[in-house]
Write a protein that binds this ligand. Sequence first.
Ligand code: SAJ
Length: 421
Amino acid sequence: MSFETISVVGLGYIGLPTAAMFASRKKKVIGVDVNQDAVDTINRGEIHIVEPDLDMLVSAAVQQGYLKAVTTPEPADAFLIAVPTPFLPIEDVNDIPRPDLSYIESAAKAIAPVLKKGDLVILESTSPVGATEQMADWLSEKRPDLSFPQTHAENADVNIAHCPERVLPGHVVTELVQNDRVIGGMSKRCSERSVDLYKTFVMGECVITNARTAEMAKLTENSSRDVQIAFANELSMICDELDIDVWELISLANRHPRVNILQPGPGVGGHCIAVDPWFIASKTPKLAKLIKSAREVNDMKPEWVVKKIREMVSQYLNDNPDKNEHEIVIGCYGLSFKPDIDDLRESPALEITKMLSNKHLGKVLAIEPNISQVAFDDFELVSMEQSLSITDIHVLLVDHSQFRKVKVTDKYIVDTKGIWS
Ligand code: SAJ
């Protein structure tokens, strides 16, 4: 059965580019989102998120009539669910954060009334192991007239699979086409039909497994990166204590043919790597010791950086006994969660700048070349030139390409990315 109409539920950083990609291959796409503003924006051929080349794709798709956005699901041959999976609120600081599946539940319950025999439902949202089976149960509860793979395997009326997205923000449009896809069907037929669907635009290999392994594969990829970054961050703190340049150390160690250490930084941000490892740790808390400990190392790095800045303030005051702390201006270079983007979600740079504003008695300035519209309560946003002329202590938090082009050689620098030190 071919897929004439495809519905993408959740039109965010993953759902909208995926919808636009199917539409660019001349499939009729119905995008669904609960946010009326996002729906209106898309129907005007515009976008509500920042991602290179996406604006052109969406504009062309809407103009040519292949993509439309709605707030209530309509019948389709395939449904892709790309809604967020955040944490549930934590009651005690010692609790392991647990995933909140309510967005998936709402999406499943919203599409259930329009499902028909022969449809394919794919969960793309990053999910804890077992979430796809749980989604299948929610669908089956709502539609007892249809059969699902958990009870009817290859003969089910509706096919279900988990196919996690793995694209890098800032490179979504190319990575959606070129990356390999992990396809975890609840039956062989579910997987094969999912491969047929993705082959509409995916040039990478579509590799088949089961739903639980596909869920775990995505969590494993991001946990592996988190653990590796934690190793680099831990090294940076050890080297600071031992008076060794961590950047030189890592470049030396990486000359070994089987060593490839990542780069330390102010901490780990974004909505994926700082979140997904908890989905493994909350499921198997007694076994996921390394994964949990890596999260803790990365999560406490911003506090350590603030401590280093406070030490630099003390050193500045020692060297300049005629000054007091109220007169010291600190410039924080970079606010986003990684270089050359404007995304502030879970950003350690923003966390550090805010913490500093609360602690420091003098002025705190922020320099963020990728953001101009946002106003911050805690600190002032200034240009690079302004900051360089009035700042006493320079804190490099994000290695934006604009910052790499300038060599700041002041005595008072806290450089979390190793580009000015
Ligand atoms: N970071 C470091 N040191 C490094 C590399 C990264 O401190 O050497 C920091 C970054 O500054 C940032 C955080 O880690 O704060 C995460 O950045 P990232 O570039 O590693 O990853 P994301 O969150 O932009 O995207 C990740 C990707 N996953 C992997 O590379 C395994 C992407 O492919 C996933 O699709 C995405 O998560 C997701 O949606 O899950």
